[in-house]
Design a protein around this ligand. Structure first.
Ligand code: 5GP
Length: 189
């Protein structure tokens, strides 16, 4: 997606040769117009598929997921990283190691929001080692629902996540695929 790649080139900051900071449009300040374009692109990529729900993880997957859900007219569910007091105990959980925080979280969603007859599109902001996406797919499996595919805004293709998910049989659609951060520059595939 050229618009996204351009924005990464102009606004992205590379940290420690492995992390991309895109706080100005995705991870802290959010550019709603770009989020809508990203939502349209996900809808386009998964055209022809039956999608009844979108599943993401808090917090940076929410904005693009809401745009996608708005166009598809389907609900958006986000997995929580910590259990709030008001969430019931009736939850699906999966253990996910956080790439950016260096700690494991038990992500969870209430069982009432996912059912056996759901066809779920999983969406996240970044794909690195595939932990978050695999955890979300595991939750869909626990609900005996179907994973239609995985939509990723920014894939770091030099890390193993995309390959791991493909090997597990999931269709992965990434809108920007980064080959390397060599010489402090973002190089796309
Ligand atoms: P994974 O679970 O695939 O190892 O990592 C994906 C998750 O880690 C995403 O949900 C995202 O929040 C975070 N993440 C991984 N790499 C980056 C990165 O380069 N930049 C930012 N901002 N987040 C990242």
């Amino acid at each position: 997606m050229d618009l996204l790649k351009q924005r990464i080139r102009t606004d992205g900051l590379i940290l420690n040769n492995s992390l991309l900071k895109v706080d100005s449009f995705l991870n802290q300040q959010i550019d709603p117009a770009l989020m809508l374009k990203i939502g349209e692109e996900f809808v386009n990529r998964f055209k022809g598929e039956t999608i009844t729900k979108i599943l993401t993880i808090e917090s940076s997957g929410i904005a693009v997921s809401v745009m996608t859900g708005l166009i598809l007219k389907v609900p958006v569910i986000f997995a929580r990283k910590r259990k709030p007091k008001v969430t019931s105990d009736d939850v699906y959980t999966a253990k996910v190691y956080s790439y950016t925080k260096g700690e494991s979280n038990n992500i969870m969603i209430s069982k009432q929001f996912l059912h056996q007859d759901d066809s779920v599109l999983i969406i996240d902001d970044f794909l690195a080692n595939g932990e978050a996406a695999a955890g979300l797919a595991d939750i869909v499996k626990q609900a005996q629902a179907k994973v239609v595919g995985i939509g990723i805004v920014i894939e770091k293709s030099f890390q193993p996540g995309a390959q791991k998910l493909a090997q597990a049989g999931y269709r992965v659609e990434s809108l920007a695929r980064i080959k390397s951060f060599a010489n402090g520059q973002v190089e796309f595939l």
